[in-house]
Design a protein around this ligand. Structure first.
Ligand SMILES: C[S@@+](CC[C@H](N)C(=O)[O-])C[C@H]1O[C@@H](n2cnc3c(N)ncnc32)[C@H](O)[C@@H]1O
Length: 172
């Protein structure tokens, strides 16, 4: 919850307040970030949650089905994000979960793919790590962000483990 609230603070400081459509890539069986965003911050936003694991999405749909309003605004898609192309252009904001890409090489592949298909002017929030926390999660460095405009890089020093990297795809 602290991570999601931190992410919203960073997004809103960078002008992303009520995006129309958000994608969460690697939403897991417990789509907590989307739920916190939808309930506390982005109260009219539509969320598309992507996960490669059908069982994860079954569980996530079950959790969301208890609330009719969330169910309308929150959809779950089972696929490898590498297979999602033009659809990525629909989102004002895309979250990339930490463990989509377990190694630096894999993570760079996902970043490059999303960067290619996301809309011009859209923002991408990448969960990363810093220092000893790199034992848990792959680290993304500023110079690896592929011609995107870096809006913010935040390394928490409290019990929030993930760093938060926010970039915008330039409008050409
Ligand atoms: C552990 S969860 C993420 C939760 C955590 N809050 C985070 O930020 O990392 C990572 C999810 O990413 C999904 N995932 C991994 N590779 C993927 C891919 N190529 N496309 C879509 N989802 C993927 C996994 O199935 C898993 O449910």
């Amino acid at each position: 919850m602290k991570l999601a609230n931190l992410e919203y603070t960073i997004l809103s400081k960078n002008g992303v307040v009520q995006p129309k459509k958000v994608a969460f890539v690697g939403s897991s069986p417990m789509p907590l970030t989307s739920l916190i965003m939808a309930s506390h911050h982005m109260k009219s936003t539509h969320f598309d949650n992507f996960d490669i694991d059908g069982a994860a999405n079954l569980m996530a749909r079950k959790i969301v089905s208890f609330d009719a309003e969330f169910e309308k605004r929150m959809k779950f898609h089972t696929c490898d994000i590498m297979e999602v192309k033009e659809k990525l252009g629909e989102y004002d904001c895309i979250f990339l979960a930490t463990l989509v890409g377990m190694s630096k090489v894999e993570k760079m592949k996902f970043l490059g793919h999303i960067r290619q298909y996301m809309k011009d002017g859209g923002v991408l929030l990448v969960r990363s790590a810093n220092g000893a926390r790199a034992f848990l999660y792959p680290v993304i460095e500023e110079n690896e962000l592929m011609e995107s405009k870096v809006l913010s890089i935040f390394h928490p020093t409290n019990d929030v483990i993930n760093s938060v990297v926010l970039v915008r795809k330039p409008i050409f």
